[in-house]
Design a protein around this ligand. Structure first.
Ligand code: 7RM
Length: 629
């Protein structure tokens, strides 16, 4: 079952798809269950309905905490690195984490929470956020983490959608040079919420906050009163573990529902297998816990695997562009997992920010979140991995819960920009426009999955119909990912981007990612986003927003060089009609470009841009609008 060679991967993969129930059933045996599952899988993609390990009973926190206490009680579970490099890091052992989680679980219980109640968590990246998540899971309350950079409206919408009973937040948060008054934002949001009965507030910045009598409680006061003995609630494998909101194309966020047993088995297995985690290694995923990557690969996967997981409160650019590398050196990080957007931002900075830090501890690098362009891949490989660390380009989604297509570190041959091969148990299919599976090599289509896997989302909270329409209706009998994908001669998969990002120019389908990669090859270009806009003759034309490395002397010269490059690499059909040089792009925190906004600017429909409060930096929108052509 262990995979340590490429041949073994093929063998395990083959077994896993020939008998998925045996494959996942065997994997489930290494966990602590109160009742071991016998009923491995029920499914029907037409309803859709998927149930894994249904008669199994467990608590995921016993797997993340209790079961490590005997042999790893004194091992560091979480290393915490503060926003400010001057503030001392924290090292929390498995035993300490266990105690804190149990105590906070008692706080939740004493304040009236029961199994099945929803809890909204709106907190900075401090260990207490992980503790809050695990404490909810301990008592069977369903957590809904909302990224602490989101606005009061975004917070209120999410609280209301799932009728959360409690909010966990902090007085404020530190992000780079900024201090954010999180509690004030939460209070603003709560004016629109009636379901919240209690708010527990962690002190982080020591800023002045309003405490609503009868509703608001201090975290530290509550913890003082709490006992550190808290038996885990016994959960059915299909009971809800968490809801996580992901933005939908309509603007109304979808509350993706994940359940206990399958999620646990899947994220633990993928964590160990993809990164080839070795006992004692320090693993760092730079994502925020407000994103699925943080849920699966900062908290649940690593802790269930007994790993040491690093949590970072800050941003890559503070106090300077070398912060990530300084943290790698300081904590001797072995495995480093980040997003292409971060790599491209750091690539812009002077190499001295990299080279003054000792990165020799690194063994494996990873990326997630969007297609990585070849240039960023090579920069990461050469300058961070020094040509000796495999890069795992992991493709997956909030909806899939865990990694689906990815190299296994040191095992799968790498091919830049390719997520390579499916994980054992994952059965990808490429579809043509008519819903026919593409069987041959070297074809591009829409990526679907034809068989359930344990960590898949079970529904959209309160809206099963939307779940069915979004994921199971385009290709009946298949899960549709929404991504375009190419499979090459070796059977390797390359994700080409969201299919709703495809631009049809004079009847030709052009993937935005392909055009963007071509433009990014220009040495003066750092990053590009392209969108379509209506054109009288071509139907659509291409509008490119380009970030350059330095100030440009002659924009028109660079424009013609870019056009020549696109012509050469893709063909004249893909040449942008307009090229605008911009200081930044409208991105979500996880690095996804909000093309919806760029499309509106390109087609000069800027009256109603929709909600832009979930952007990393909403101010770039103004700047782009000011320079629009
Ligand atoms: C984990 C996460 C999901 C979407 C997905 C893709 C894109 C993610 C990659 C990728 C190319 C990758 N969850 N995506 N990983 N595209 N290569 N390695 O990102 O729900 O926030 O986003 O992200 O389009 O559908 S997510």
């Amino acid at each position: 079952m262990e995979i340590s060679s490429f041949d073994q991967y093929h063998q395990v993969y083959k077994n896993s798809v020939e008998d998925p129930e045996k494959f996942w059933g065997d994997l489930s045996k290494e966990f602590k269950w109160h009742k071991e599952p016998e009923n491995i899988l029920q499914w029907d993609f037409n309803k859709p309905e998927v149930r894994w390990f249904e008669d199994g009973q467990l608590n995921i926190t016993e797997n993340c905490l209790d079961r490590h206490l005997d042999d790893k009680g004194d091992q560091t579970a979480i290393i915490w690195e503060a926003n400010d490099p001057g503030e001392a890091p924290r090292h929390i052992t498995y035993r300490e984490l266990f105690d804190e989680v149990c105590r906070f679980a008692n706080v939740l219980k004493r304040n009236g929470l029961e199994k099945g109640d929803r809890v909204c968590i709106y907190m900075p990246m401090v260990p207490e956020l992980a503790i809050a998540v695990l404490a909810c899971a301990r008592i069977g309350a369903v957590h809904s983490v909302v990224f602490a950079g989101f606005s009061s409206t975004a917070l209120a919408d999410r609280i209301n959608d799932s009728q959360c009973k409690m909010l966990l937040t902090s007085d404020g948060s530190f992000r780079g040079k900024k201090t954010i008054d999180l509690k004030a934002i939460a209070d603003e949001g709560l004016k629109k919420c009636t379901s919240i009965q209690k708010v527990v507030v962690l002190k982080r910045t020591n800023g002045a906050v309003h405490m609503e009598p009868g509703r608001d409680l201090w975290w530290h006061d509550e913890m003082e009163k709490a006992d550190s003995q808290c038996d885990a609630e016994i959960m059915g494998a299909e009971d809800l573990l968490f809801i996580l909101y992901t933005s939908g194309s309509t603007g109304k966020p979808k509350g993706m529902v994940h359940t206990c047993g399958g999620y646990m088995v899947n994220v633990t297995y993928t964590f160990k297998t993809v990164f080839q985690y070795q006992p004692g290694e320090v693993y760092w995923c730079t994502a925020d816990i407000g994103w699925i990557t943080g849920h699966s690969y900062i908290v649940y996967g690593p802790l269930s695997a007994g790993a040491t997981t690093l949590m970072f409160e800050g941003v890559p650019s503070y106090p300077d562009m070398g912060r990530f590398w300084e943290v790698v050196a300081r904590h001797k990080v072995n495995i480093f997992y980040t997003a292409p957007t971060a790599i491209r931002a750091l690539e812009k900075a002077d190499l001295s920010f990299v080279n003054k830090h000792d990165l020799s501890s690194l063994r494996v690098l990873g990326t997630v979140g969007e297609p990585i362009n070849a240039e960023a891949w090579h920069w990461y490989d050469q300058n961070i991995g020094k040509g000796r660390c495999p890069i795992v380009d992991t493709w997956w989604q909030t909806e899939t819960g865990g990694i689906m297509i990815s190299p296994l570190a040191g095992i799968t041959p790498l091919k830049p920009t390719y997520a390579t091969l499916p994980m054992p148990g994952v059965q990808p299919v490429l579809m043509d426009e008519n819903g026919q599976p593409l069987e041959k090599a070297n074809q591009e289509g829409r990526l679907c999955i034809e068989f359930p896997w344990p960590s898949m989302a079970r529904t959209i909270y309160g809206n099963h119909q939307r779940f069915k329409e979004t994921y199971f209706s385009a290709y009946p009998g298949y899960y549709f990912t929404g991504d375009g994908c190419r499979r090459d001669n070796d059977g390797f998969y390359r994700i080409t981007g969201r299919v709703d990002d495809v631009i049809i120019v004079s009847g030709h389908n052009l993937g935005t990612a392909e055009i963007e990669s071509a433009i990014d090859e220009h040495q003066k270009v750092v990053e590009t986003a392209v969108v379509g806009f209506p054109h009288d003759i071509k139907g659509n034309a291409i509008y490119a927003y380009v970030i350059t490395r330095d100030q440009i002397d002659d924009e028109d010269v660079l424009r013609s060089e870019i056009l020549a490059l696109v012509s050469e690499t893709i063909g004249p059909i893909a040449k942008p009609e307009k090229i605008q040089f911009v200081p930044g792009l409208p991105k979500t925190r996880s690095g996804k470009i909000m093309r919806r906004i760029l499309r509106k600017i390109a087609s000069k429909e800027t009256e109603n841009l929709g909600d832009i409060s979930t952007l990393l930096d909403p101010s770039v929108v103004e700047e782009i609008m000011a320079g629009a052509i």
